[in-house]
Design a protein around this ligand. Structure first.
Ligand code: GLU
Length: 446
């Protein structure tokens, strides 16, 4: 049987980091098994779902390189859900309930007062046809619950190992509201069955749903997929991600200059014993992927670590991979020598602009030591220059002024680049060129 997984975000917001991780785990799992990856938009909440968020999710997935073989939208499948709902009602697995939210709350309060768990008492199940007719005549519209079998539901979770829940310890879930709209639980199962999903990999906030959903698959006579629930990520202090301040969405990190590869490497390693590999591409992540590498403890996601992994990624990025990105940010003329000279100084890719300007655009030189600058101006050899030019120049200035170490190098760097730090001058100087270097050492904007 061919492996098929799905990633099922609700387009009620942009792709956040936790969801991106779920998408990645599913995608790697599918690719590793040579299987398919479905993007399913859980858009039945018409109040909160928007086409713009759906487009944003697609855009972020594409940016990450997580391509999908097929896309489905739940809102397009309402008639299918109604059809299955009717069949389940006819076979007695869905039943009508008429309590108002206030009545349900009152029941739960009484149960709690008696020290009982707030499990639905199945009043709807015991209503006779005449009771229902009377309630409907009062103007009440039913909502629908799924009748759980009061038996043990067990599965072997790919991450958590053997799991089991007894149906008697769970409330029959509401699957359809009085206004006819569907809650998440049953449509998800109908989709997974109809689209032949073989593996459901998601966050552990869905573990109890799984016991219910397995019973739904069985009620539909459908094959039950294999389930795996990964622990949810937390912020750096162990706080829930929703409590975190600051960037949460993939696009926030994009805007801050994070590249897709380090984000993927970080997300793939979270919750495993592996350190993120800043040089890994998607193919490497597929090769290394094993769902059994994910542990049971909640991994912490630290944005500062992502920034660091991003920088390490840039520092090792070969020119062949940087070339197109340089062109994207308007540095299409930059060659391999430039890239290799500056990459170790980048925190964000766009910082390459800083060094491009240093070699190609006029800047105001900082003359900290006029004697050193003047000596360097006099000692500049004729071009062509190469990586040996800098050492020869520094030696000549040292001989002329008697200065060495920081007293020699700091004023030269400030005069030539206008900055305290940066790439090695032996690689920068030939790119700056004689004319510009001479002007800057002479204190002129060039
Ligand atoms: N839309 C659901 C969610 O984002 C999907 C859950 C699932 O994967 O079944 O939580």
């Amino acid at each position: 049987m061919a492996v098929k997984v799905r990633f099922a975000p609700s387009p009620t917001g942009y792709l956040h980091i936790g969801n991106a991780r779920t998408a990645l785990i599913n995608w790697l799992f599918a690719k590793r098994a040579g299987g398919g990856f479905l993007l399913r938009l859980d858009d039945t909440d018409v109040e909160r779902s928007t086409a713009a968020y759906a487009e944003g999710i697609r855009d972020d997935l594409a940016w990450l390189g997580l391509t999908w073989d097929d896309e489905k939208s739940q809102i397009a499948r309402l008639s299918r859900y109604a059809e299955v709902g009717e069949a389940l009602a006819a076979s007695g697995r869905l039943y009508a309930c008429y309590e108002t939210p206030e009545e349900l709350e009152y029941k739960r309060r009484r149960q709690r007062a008696k020290g009982l768990p707030p499990i639905y008492d199945r009043e709807g199940l015991s209503l006779a046809a005449a009771d229902r007719a009377r309630l409907e005549a009062e103007g009440r519209r039913p909502h629908w619950r799924f009748r759980l079998e009061h038996q043990e539901t067990a599965w072997n979770d790919l991450v958590r190992g053997p799991q089991s829940y007894h149906g008697a310890h769970l409330s029959d879930p509401v699957v359809r509201r009085a206004d006819g709209s569907w809650l998440y639980m049953l449509p998800s199962v109908i989709d997974d069955a109809d689209f032949a999903i073989t593996h459901v990999l998601r966050g552990e906030d869905h573990v109890t749903n799984t016991a219910v959903q397995i019973q739904m698959f069985q009620a539909l006579g459908a094959a039950v997929p294999v389930f795996g629930h990964v622990p949810l990520i937390t912020g750096p202090g162990g706080e829930g991600m929703s409590k975190r301040e600051g960037a949460q969405a993939v696009r926030d990190f994009r805007a801050e200059g994070v590249e897709p590869a380090p984000m993927l490497a970080m997300l793939a390693s979270l919750g495993t014993a592996e350190a993120p590999d800043p040089e890994a591409d998607l193919a490497a992540l597929v090769d290394r992927f094993d769902i059994h590498h994910f542990g049971r403890s909640q991994p912490q996601f630290d944005p500062a670590e992502l920034t660091a992994v991003n920088a390490r990624h840039l520092h090792a990025l070969p020119f062949s991979a940087a070339k197109a990105r340089l062109a994207e940010i308007g540095l299409g003329d930059a060659g391999q020598d430039f890239w290799l000279a500056v990459r170790a100084n980048l925190v964000r890719f766009a910082d390459a602009h800083i060094w491009w300007k240093v070699i190609r655009e006029p800047l105001v030189p900082l003359i900290e030591d006029a004697e050193v600058a003047a000596a360097a101006a006099r000692a500049l050899p004729p071009e062509p220059w190469d990586e040996t030019t800098w050492a020869a120049l520094a030696d000549a200035v040292k001989a002329a002024t008697g200065k060495k170490g920081r007293a020699l190098f700091h004023p030269l760097r400030l005069a030539l680049t206008g900055r305290e730090n940066g790439p090695e001058l032996k690689v920068l100087l030939p790119m700056i060129g004689r004319e510009r270097a001479l002007a800057r050492l002479s204190g002129r904007t060039a």
